[in-house]
Ligand binder design. Structure first.
Ligand SMILES: Cc1cc2nc3c(=O)[nH]c(=O)nc-3n(C[C@H](O)[C@H](O)[C@H](O)COP(=O)(O)OP(=O)(O)OC[C@H]3O[C@@H](n4cnc5c(N)ncnc54)[C@H](O)[C@@H]3O)c2cc1C
Length: 419
């Protein structure tokens, strides 16, 4: 059923103003009107669509592939509080704005926040920082811990994760624990998708106009605002809007996966360098321990190498950092992808969530999973500034577009091999 006010657009490209019903021209393609159409079903789009739905906006979300299947399910699921970024030597603007996010997530996970995330599982309620190299790195860990405001705590020997210790021996060096959760991201995607049931569709926009019109797999739609939270796909929107200026960047990464590991580990191994030597998260591997998913310097260096070279490099790094673990009998795989990020007006990576607007099209990046709530705030405020209110009652296009499914983790279906 489509009982919303109809705009008399005789063809794709007509000007748009929400207005009372008028009969469309006989030869006009059917145009479906919504308050907001969100493109991209990663964390940013899903979070925003929940906010809009709760506020009464008639919102649908269009995902090109699978929900979460871009960067979101490939992420390490760490809800950062700024600590990692203090390794760059100072409490940057980036770090201080990130620092406010964990308490907001905490409220949602606890069931007293803006979005009900009580069904989200978390893999760990803390992350550690440990010296993963020379004794100098011990100082680096200490220095980083001193710079942060959060309740960072030096772990007693007994509380240091077993994965760091040779059985029966003590770990040499200081290990700090940060009360920041590591989420099971797929359960997060599922929790955000559930309230949007019937509003999440699979489709690819082929034409986008600044007045809020869009063609998706032959279905013409129009909204008071189109919001693109399409990660790497945001580049395509600028092309469709014929904006030449370079507004996006991609930072390639090659994450390394290794299994099976008997113990879990969540944290950042630090050396004297500003970036972690490696960032480790652990994910249940059926009945056989864990898959370790490795980011940090391993993934950044790996992006410059072939897969074979990356795996050899990762193995050498792991042998150096965890000499007590036998790395010879493991299976290995990689996930290569980009962090899709914006450039701000000065050509820099902005310190937090970022929005570009052209007419009735907004293009947005959270820049971190952690920042999705802050991005949704910013987008919602922009709708309010433009006095965009819920108007349309159009039914979701379930008869025209297929429902979008939830995607897979990189380690599911990866090409595992011995090296
Ligand atoms: C390896 C890795 C590890 C990370 N670890 C962390 C971490 O631990 N903590 C943290 O806070 N952040 C982390 N990040 C960053 C975080 O994952 C991203 O900032 C965040 O997931 C971006 O979310 P998004 O919704 O904007 O983009 P995405 O998750 O990429 O979602 C965009 C979606 O848009 C879809 N799409 C693309 N083009 C179109 C189109 N034209 N129309 C419709 N849909 C389209 C894609 O299929 C995709 O599903 C990590 C990133 C990577 C790559």
């Amino acid at each position: 059923m489509n009982d919303s006010p109809q705009h008399p657009s005789s063809k794709f490209g007509a000007a748009f103003t929400p207005q009372p019903a008028a009969a469309p021209a006989a030869d006009a393609p059917e145009v479906l009107f919504y308050d907001v159409i969100v493109f991209g079903g990663g964390i940013a789009g899903l979070w925003l669509a929940n906010v809009l739905k709760r506020a009464g906006y008639n919102t649908i979300l269009i995902e090109k592939d699978t929900l979460g299947g871009g960067q979101t399910l490939a992420s390490q699921g760490m809800i950062h509080g700024g600590q990692k970024y203090t390794l760059e030597g100072a409490v940057t603007q980036h770090a201080s704005s990130i620092a406010r996010m964990p308490e907001r997530w905490e409220a949602c996970l606890g069931g007293y926040g803006e979005t009900d995330l009580t069904l989200v599982k978390y893999l760990s309620d803390s992350q550690i920082m440990w010296p993963a190299g020379s004794i100098l790195s011990d100082l680096a860990v200490f220095g980083a811990a001193q710079l942060v405001n959060a309740a960072t705590e030096k772990l007693k020997q007994a509380d240091i994760p077993d994965a760091l210790k040779e059985p029966g021996k003590k770990f040499k060096g200081a290990v700090y624990s940060m009360p920041e959760k590591v989420l099971d991201v797929r359960s997060l995607v599922a929790a955000l998708a559930a309230p949007l049931k019937g509003r999440l569709f699979k489709g690819t926009p082929s034409e986008v106009l600044p007045d809020g019109q869009v063609a998706v797999d032959g279905v013409v739609m129009q909204a008071q605002m189109l919001v693109f939270t399409a990660g790497a796909g945001n580049e395509d929107v600028f092309k469709m809007l014929k904006i030449e200026k370079r507004l996006t960047q991609r930072r390639p990464l090659r994450q390394v996966m290794v299994r099976p590991l008997p113990q879990a580990l969540y944290g950042h191994g630090i050396v004297g360098k500003p970036k972690p030597r490696l960032t480790v998260t652990a994910h249940p591997n059926g009945r056989d321990g864990y898959v370790w998913y490795l980011g940090g310097n391993i993934a950044e260096e790996g992006a410059k190498m072939t897969e074979d070279e990356t795996l050899q490099f990762a193995k050498r790094e792991l042998e150096a950092v965890f000499p007590h673990i036998d790395w010879a009998d493991k299976q290995w795989a990689t996930w290569a992808g980009d962090r899709a990020e914006p450039y701000d007006d000065t050509g820099q990576l902005p310190p937090g969530p970022f929005v570009q607007q052209r007419g009735r099209v907004m293009v947005a990046w959270p820049t971190k999973l952690t920042f999705a709530p802050a991005l949704a705030d910013r987008l919602f405020d922009k709708l309010q500034e433009r006095k965009i209110e819920p108007v349309y009652k159009t039914e979701p296009p379930a008869d025209k577009l297929a429902a979008a499914d939830i995607g897979r983790y990189p380690w599911e279906g990866a090409a595992w091999r011995k090296i």
